[in-house]
Design a protein. Structure first.
Length: 155
């Protein structure tokens, strides 16, 4: 139990720091430096999230980049919420100049509720300046308010 709580706290600290540094960049049409967002590809993600104050998320997806499909896995921890839901998200990838910059830790603030089915939009950014803008469909029963750190690794 102590290890799980330590991991959750570490995830919260990581997500909070990255949130403060990067999520504001994802909003709007420019980056923190004022440079325009450049469309680089598309992404589809399927994941499951379970939460009871601390949340865990896992799943995978496909990145379409430079005319090729690239499979990836996701996992992560967050703080806040209760319940369980599946998420199917599709959207655009911005500012990806090199495939190696897609993997990393993305951050998102979240607030919402799912009872049966729901929809929402998400904007996430990673430490390389890559931005994901997603439209998501959810199924399950969950109430979520908090911050997530989402780790993407290539398959």
């Amino acid at each position: 139990m102590r290890t799980f709580l330590g991991s959750a706290l570490m995830g919260f600290v990581l997500a909070s720091g990255l949130f403060a540094a990067g999520v504001a960049v994802a909003a709007g049409q420019t980056t923190a430096t004022g440079a325009p967002k450049v469309l680089s590809g598309t992404v589809e993600i399927d994941s499951t999230q379970i939460a009871f104050l601390v949340s865990g998320k896992w799943g995978g997806g496909v990145l379409e980049f430079q005319g090729k499909d690239h499979a990836f896995k996701i996992g992560g921890l967050g703080i806040g919420g209760i319940g369980a839901q599946t998420v199917r998200a599709v959207g655009a990838v911005y500012n990806l100049s090199d495939l190696s910059k897609f993997a990393g830790t993305y951050v998102q603030a979240r607030a919402g509720a799912t009872l049966g089915t729901g929809k929402n939009v998400m904007s996430l950014s990673n430490q390389h300046g890559v931005i994901l803008e997603l439209k998501a469909s959810t199924q399950g029963a969950a109430l979520s308010v908090g911050v997530d750190g989402l780790i993407v690794t290539m398959k």
